[in-house]
Design a protein around this ligand. Structure first.
Ligand SMILES: CC(C)(COP(=O)(O)OP(=O)(O)OC[C@H]1O[C@@H](n2cnc3c(N)ncnc32)[C@H](O)[C@@H]1OP(=O)(O)O)[C@@H](O)C(=O)NCCC(=O)NCCS
Length: 203
């Protein structure tokens, strides 16, 4: 499909955290990761042909659209990411790691888990990142977790999530023991990953 302003894919950008960040104090590390996520965001905006101004947040920590551009960030110990869009957008990245049984009950109900695939851990991180990405579009974050429901799993990298009277299509990718999810945009997603990270990347 030819990209026109009406049908452009989202262009989320994921950057690798430099190894020396691990030596920083916790506040310095958080600042470094936050800066790196903003670098990823600015790259995403450039790739999408969007012009971002100052990045300000509301009292709840949610991003305020900048010059009409919606934006979202995530930063984890090894990767930071950002996405800019003409419409509301949310992004999340999580390290895939063992989780306690109680977390499954916290993240989704039985009807939602029935939509998941056989690999429970993969399903857990799909659901978790999908819900966080969708929740970030609303600005209330995890306070709205119970208002967010997985309603369909189209394939291994697409989930539909109901939130605030709308069905959000969430696109996902797996890379280097991480799961990424982006919510928003109607015209697909074109991920930018660090070189060598795309060990399990959906076609
Ligand atoms: C938004 C939230 C889901 C982020 O989860 P997380 O996995 O810890 O963090 P991530 O790395 O994925 O995302 C961090 C980014 O989310 C964004 N963010 C923070 N609060 C947000 C909100 N309410 N809505 C949307 N995005 C938000 C910020 O841009 C933040 O990056 P920054 O601090 O560098 O600007 C979680 O922090 C939350 O629910 N916040 C709601 C407000 C809240 O409860 N705050 C507690 C203050 S003590």
């Amino acid at each position: 499909m030819t990209a026109t302003p009406e049908n452009r894919p989202l262009r989320p950008v994921i950057l690798r955290v430099p190894a020396d960040a691990a030596d920083l104090s916790r506040p310095e590390r958080v600042r470094r990761l936050s800066d790196l996520a903003r670098q990823a965001l600015r790259r995403s905006a450039r790739l999408s042909g969007l012009c971002l101004g100052d990045l300000e947040k509301d009292p709840n920590g949610g991003p305020i659209p900048s010059g009409g551009v919606f934006w979202s960030l995530t930063h984890k110990p090894r990767y930071a990411a950002g996405v800019a869009s003409r419409t509301p957008v949310g992004i999340d990245v999580e390290t895939v790691r063992p989780v306690r049984e109680g977390m499954y009950r916290k993240v989704a109900g039985a009807a939602e888990w029935a939509l998941g695939q056989e690999d429970r851990l993969d399903a857990f991180f799909r659901f978790w990142t999908a819900k966080e990405a969708v929740l970030k579009t609303g600005g209330r974050g995890l306070a709205d977790l119970s208002a967010c429901r997985i309603v369909a799993a189209a394939d291994a990298h697409r989930l539909s999530v109901s939130y605030r009277g709308r069905i959000w299509v969430v696109r996902q990718c797996r890379f280097d023991h991480h799961m990424a999810a982006v919510a928003g945009g109607e015209d697909g997603v074109d991920w930018s990953l660090p070189a060598g990270a795309a060990d399990r990347f959906p076609a």
